[in-house]
Write a protein that binds this ligand. Structure first.
Ligand code: Z5A
Length: 214
């Protein structure tokens, strides 16, 4: 008798500011472990030694302004390293990968936020990823003002988090546009709801994936 190989998913988690990604990530991780899913949890920018060094450069404060192209290219430099060293080998070994942000964030922040043309980002995307795309992207969405109030309360803002409200509105608009463009891949979760409700929705997504497995 031949057993079908179980599908292992590449899941990415995205969100606007203060959407509660850190909390959601912990919940998703434990839900996958409870379902006895072999999962690697990682993040972008970052995820490997070199990519984490690039992250420090990206999120740190500098005495010189980082230009938008540098920011975009560094995001993809880190992604190339991350894909080669961690994501592709994990997927090839049959593990699920749960990644805190991925290329949709480059479209949202460097494209929507900074105004870099989508086509330029698409060139880097196909260079670095070839045909690899996440299977599922969970987007935690909430009104910008509400998210900013949450992160101001939390404190400890990084270089990108100190941007103006209009920047984050463009980021949100771009995420929602991408969700419309790729409806099969995106799952939108209303992050303005109570944490209990958000967790219930996340559990529903995990159940859908685990149960869809042969
Ligand atoms: N970036 C980019 O520009 N381009 C790229 O290609 C990539 C990334 C990959 C670092 O990302 C930055 O990199 C990010 C995008 C950019 N920049 N910004 N800004 P990150 O993912 O490491 O950092 P982050 O966006 O700041 O995410 P975070 O640390 O996970 O924070 P969060 O989503 O804002 O969530 P939180 O800290 O869990 O929640 C914020 C507060 O709200 C906290 O006090 C919670 O207790 C509270 N909270 C959470 N959920 C709820 C609910 N449901 N109700 C009430 N209160 C809640």
């Amino acid at each position: 008798m031949q057993f079908e190989r179980k599908k292992n998913y590449f899941i990415t988690l995205e969100g606007t500011e203060g959407a509660g990604k850190s909390t959601a990530l912990k919940f998703l991780h434990s839900a996958l472990l409870k379902a006895e899913t072999p999962v690697v949890i990682t993040r972008e920018p970052g995820g490997t030694l070199i990519a984490e060094e690039i992250r420090a450069l990206l999120l740190g404060e500098h005495s010189e302004t980082m230009c938008s192209d540098t920011e975009l290219l560094l995001m993809f430099a880190g992604r190339a390293q991350h894909l080669t060293q961690l994501i592709r080998p994990a997927l090839a070994a049959g593990q699920w990968v749960l990644c805190d942000r991925f290329t949709d964030a480059s479209y949202a922040y460097q494209g929507g936020g900074r105004g870099i043309a989508e086509q330029r980002i698409a060139v880097l995307e196909s260079w670095v990823q070839q045909d690899l795309q996440p299977d599922i992207t969970i987007l935690l969405d909430l009104p910008v003002e509400m998210g900013l109030q949450r992160i101001i309360k939390r404190g400890n803002l990084d270089r990108i988090e100190t941007e103006q409200q209009a920047f984050f509105q463009r980021v949100r608009d771009c995420y929602l546009e991408r969700a419309k463009q790729f409806p099969n891949r995106f799952r939108i979760v209303d992050a303005s709801q109570s944490l209990a409700k958000v967790k219930e929705m996340l559990q529903g997504i995990i159940d859908e994936l685990v149960n869809s497995n042969p």
